[in-house]
Design a protein around this ligand. Structure first.
Ligand code: FEO
Length: 172
């Protein structure tokens, strides 16, 4: 059975995925403006991935007989604190925090699906668990690299070059 409570919580999750997508989009724009051509590709790509996560939820809710309606969106979704004075370290720290937050919410959803005995949803969420394991590990690794590099210009140059080569999946 596809309960109201499961539907409501899945709808909240699709909004979180949308928020992640918007957040990474604003970060990508910042990185592009700052001249980090590799980092911005990684972030644009990551933003697209989050949009796909959102779509997957919409399609699942509708397939189960629910209706994936959206609340009125406002500009509050945008990452206002991310100013031009921000640093790459702040950017990747925020990205890591965001991924940890999403993992926490996915865990709660899995728990709820078991409480509700909704094994279809439990099964559906396994994909998100795998995805979060990967994304959290990648975000942590990138943040550690940035911390190690600090303000060292050659290190930043190489990082910007390599991130595109190693992690961007959907090149233009
Ligand atoms: Fe879809 Fe990275 O959370």
């Amino acid at each position: 059975m596809f309960s109201e409570i499961i539907q409501t919580e899945l709808k909240k999750q699709l909004i979180r995925e949308l928020e992640s997508s918007q957040l990474y989009l604003s970060m990508a724009s910042w990185a592009e403006y700052k001249g980090f051509d590799g980092i911005c590709e990684f972030l644009y790509d990551h933003s697209n991935e989050e949009r796909k996560h959102m779509l997957k939820l919409i399609r699942y809710i509708n397939k189960r007989g629910g209706y994936a309606v959206f609340p009125n969106q406002s500009s509050s979704l945008f990452f206002k604190e991310f100013s031009l004075r921000s640093s790459l370290k702040e950017l990747f720290q925020k990205l890591l925090e965001q991924e940890k937050e999403i993992s926490k919410e996915i865990n709660k959803l899995v728990e709820l699906s078991l409480q509700e005995k909704d094994y279809f949803t439990y099964n559906f969420l396994q994909w998100y668990i795998e995805e979060q394991i990967e994304e959290e590990a990648l975000s942590k690794m990138i943040f550690n690299q940035i911390e190690l590099i600090g303000d060292e210009k050659v290190g930043l140059y190489l990082f910007n070059r390599d991130i595109r080569k190693n992690y961007v999946t959907n090149m233009k």
